[in-house]
Ligand binder design. Structure first.
Ligand code: CTP
Length: 213
């Protein structure tokens, strides 16, 4: 049995105690992966952004808020993991400054300066060792070209690509339609199915890749 480290959900990048920048991720795909891996008998650590989902049975959950919190949690948990699945929708940018007190409209000029967040997968790539790394690429429109770039760029064993604008795919729905892309150029397109079934297939593919090593 393996130890899966899975990230899920959005991150929140705070401007002040009441405001933040975030995205539409609900964490459903990542939680389905955690549930499927645990149900298959694996150990699972789930690093979750702010979502409203219940923790799947047998899963150790760590709640985080920002991309930088997520990176710190991943760096802490990675040494004991055999597999890292990056399904979180990590904000690429955060506000440059954080105000400890609520910003007043009179203090603002209509411009929020943003700075880049770390790319978590790229940051931990030197720690990969013989672990399997799996990423996600949520695109608008045909995802193959962008997903292939990310697969190579981030040193992944495979990437799960989907068009978040396609019917039955994307955020807040219980179904997904994905294509798995592998470094040798092969791909596997799955039909529209529940996120739980997609998750089960992803876990199976990971387990068989591990067995071939
Ligand atoms: N990812 C990450 N760290 C980030 C952003 C994304 O580790 N700061 C991971 C995601 O969890 C996902 C993969 O990288 O597994 C691709 O994420 P995506 O947002 O599609 O890619 P980006 O690298 O942000 O590329 P772009 O903005 O050019 O689409």
């Amino acid at each position: 049995m393996s130890h899966f480290l899975i990230t899920a959900g959005p991150t929140r990048e705070a401007l002040d105690p009441v405001r933040f920048i975030s995205n539409r991720s609900t964490g459903k795909m990542g939680f389905a992966l955690a549930e499927a891996a645990a149900a298959a008998g694996h150990q699972v650590t789930l690093i979750a952004g702010p979502v409203t989902l219940a923790t799947p049975t047998g899963v150790k959950r760590i709640d985080i808020e920002s991309a930088r919190d997520l990176l710190a949690a991943v760096e802490r948990e990675l040494p004991i993991a055999d597999i890292y699945i990056s399904s979180a929708a990590i904000a690429d940018w955060r506000p440059e400054t954080y105000s400890e007190t609520k910003l007043k409209k009179a203090e603002m000029d209509g411009v929020i300066r943003l700075v880049r967040n770390p790319d978590v997968l790229k940051t931990i790539l030197p720690l990969k060792g013989d672990r399997l790394f799996v990423g996600f690429a949520a695109e608008t429109g045909n995802p193959t070209q962008e997903a292939t770039r990310k697969l190579r760029d981030k040193g992944l064993d495979f990437i799960v690509a989907n068009d978040v604008t396609a019917p039955g795919a994307g955020f807040a729905v219980d179904t997904n339609q994905v294509t798995l892309l592998f470094p040798n150029g092969t791909s596997e397109t799955l039909p529209l199915m529940s996120k739980r079934d997609v998750a089960e297939i992803i876990i199976q593919r990971i387990v068989s890749l591990q067995a071939k090593r």
